[in-house]
Ligand binder design. Sequence first.
Ligand SMILES: CC(=O)SCCNC(=O)CCNC(=O)[C@H](O)C(C)(C)COP(=O)(O)OP(=O)(O)OC[C@H]1O[C@@H](n2cnc3c(N)ncnc32)[C@H](O)[C@@H]1OP(=O)(O)O
Ligand SMILES: O=CC(=O)O
Ligand SMILES: [Mg+2]
Length: 356
Amino acid sequence: MRSAKDFFAPLAVGAPTPVTEVPARPSRMIHFFDPSNPKMAAKVPDMVGVSDVLLGNLEDAVVADKKEAAREGLVQIAKDVDFGEHTQLWTRINSLDSPWVLDDLTRLVTEVGDQLDVIMVPKVQGPEDIHYIDRILAQLEAKGGVQRPILVHAILETARGMANVEEIAGASPRMQGISLGPADLAADRRMKTTRVGGGHPGYLVRQDPAKGLDGAPDYTGERSVFQQDLWHYTIARMVDACAMHGIFPFYGPFGDIKDTVACEDQFRNAFLLGCVGAWSLHPVQIEIAKKVFSPTAEDVAHARRVKEAMPDGRGAVMIDGKMEDDASFKQCMVVLELAERLSANDPELATMYEEA
Ligand SMILES: CC(=O)SCCNC(=O)CCNC(=O)[C@H](O)C(C)(C)COP(=O)(O)OP(=O)(O)OC[C@H]1O[C@@H](n2cnc3c(N)ncnc32)[C@H](O)[C@@H]1OP(=O)(O)O
Ligand SMILES: O=CC(=O)O
Ligand SMILES: [Mg+2]
């Protein structure tokens, strides 16, 4: 562990100074595209301003013989496309034990380092992986003359990464956030699922049997079942680790593209638990994330009323029959700050909140 006094010092001569606070930029959806897929790549310019984050994926879902094409495609996109002020460009590099990662980092940082906001690192096992990335990024930033530090986002998708999540979150001032990677995590944990995120009909609780006429349980009667959330523990723990270190938690992929209803539910669970965004794998998921990860007009209106009733955030008042005090005031401030930040980039949202 570095001492507190040199935590924010650059890790290579000539590298930019690390940030002391992670910028809170709108990141409701991290939209994945494969830069080696000409159809997807061609859509990137039109998605600027539509998606908060566009991520050129180099890892899983890109076949081995397309790895170089994906890397070069992303370099070209970063050079050609103006991402403007409101859309960030991220990449997901190959895993640290893969034959591609060193070239991913070297090529991208030295060639288009100033265009890249965040590098997502898959299968992070512990703080040592972030320390490795931290140092090599500093060396490459110095070599490429990169002006601002590239931030790092870890995917939580191994049991060991899960066990080390707090240390991962605090491993470097570059840490921007963490995403849950439910597909790899399920495999690594040896869960018996075959899906990319979301729930499972077999993971449920069943109502107790009613009593029969003889007072004994009637095991033949109808009983309600309630599907449970496979990811509750993991997301909640990730959210705490991120909040503790001032970085941002995200839900990852939802693979059932056609099930837009369950996708919205999964995203909303993550939002309510504290996540700021989720991955979008298909254009249809961008709108779902935008809807879910923007506070509702109703919540914004309520938060404003609480703020008006308690201008200094202290005391206790009744609003619509409910007690509000310092703690609910703070929750309202979280909602209002997010609404303000999002509406600064989104005139439609700004109008919706004005009219709320
Ligand atoms: C567990 C993990 O690691 S998850 C992260 C890794 N996985 C990914 O990144 C997957 C990204 N997404 C995809 O590859 C695709 O969306 C798929 C394979 C899921 C579905 O693709 P398709 O069957 O082509 O979907 P569909 O036919 O509905 O596509 C409609 C159009 O949207 C385009 N499109 C689909 N996905 C995307 C995308 N992510 N970004 C941009 N455009 C896209 C298609 O190219 C197609 O274009 P066209 O109308 O010009 O032909
Ligand atoms: O990379 C994401 C995952 O779910 O695995
Ligand atoms: Mg994965």
